[in-house]
Ligand binder design. Structure first.
Ligand code: GSF
Length: 201
């Protein structure tokens, strides 16, 4: 299989963490691309008409996307147990919250990278960051029991999301007001799968 990917992508990192956690890292060849909404890489377009990464090209040549579909496919392929049936809907909701944090953070990154300073909209940036803070507040208040329980894919997705905030939006200091989450993040960041997939340019 081939994974159309980029080392800075938090969504790609989710897939790579799962590959490490389920012993499948050697089954997938990484195809690195540089892509953006204004300059879509051909490999990304060929694998996903939306031009987004990650996209997984299976042995039969068919593509899978997006990261949630890819993660569930690969977890099922290895019977990895990262989407436990007894709490599946909570796991998927946590992964959706993590993906939403990533979506908002990536939009902030693009606004800063793809728009001239005079065309950037501070209200838009603040609105995206407000979504992230709202999610962090709820995680801090309501999800710490779950997060301190058995590891699942929701946990690793959140780890990738928080790691992306450190990587691209460190100055926003997400840990302020979220001490329990910050302590939890230090623990999941020590996992070998997280260490092996730390973001880079
Ligand atoms: C989001 C992927 C995405 O936005 C998923 O895989 O879960 N719902 C999708 N990927 C970004 C790269 S990133 O993670 O920084 C992407 O492909 N951007 C290029 C574009 O054209 O939007």
């Amino acid at each position: 299989m081939k994974l159309v990917s980029a080392s800075a992508s938090p969504f790609v990192r989710k897939v790579r963490v799962l590959l490490h956690e389920t012993g499948q890292i050697d089954d997938v060849e990484l195809v690195g691309v540089a892509t953006s909404p204004l300059a879509t890489a051909q490999d990304a377009r060929d694998a996903n008409p939306l031009g987004k990464i990650p996209a997984l090209i299976r042995e039969d040549g068919r593509s899978l996307f997006d990261s949630r579909v890819i993660c569930r496919y690969l977890d099922a392929r290895a019977n990895g147990g990262l989407y436990p049936e007894d709490r599946l809907w909570d796991v998927l909701t946590l992964e959706a919250m993590a993906d939403g944090i990533m979506d908002a953070a990536v939009l902030i990154t693009y606004e800063g990278r793809l728009r001239a300073p005079e065309r950037q909209d501070p209200a838009w940036l603040d609105a995206q960051w407000a979504k992230i803070v709202s999610a962090l507040d709820v995680l801090e208040a309501d999800w710490m029991t779950d997060l301190n329980g058995p590891r699942d894919m929701g946990h690793f997705a959140l780890g990738c999301a928080l790691g992306y905030l450190d990587f691209r939006h460190d100055a926003r200091s997400w840990r302020t007001g979220h001490p329990a989450l910050a302590e939890w993040f230090e623990k999941i960041s020590a996992c070998k799968s997280m260490q092996s997939t730390a973001p880079g340019d």
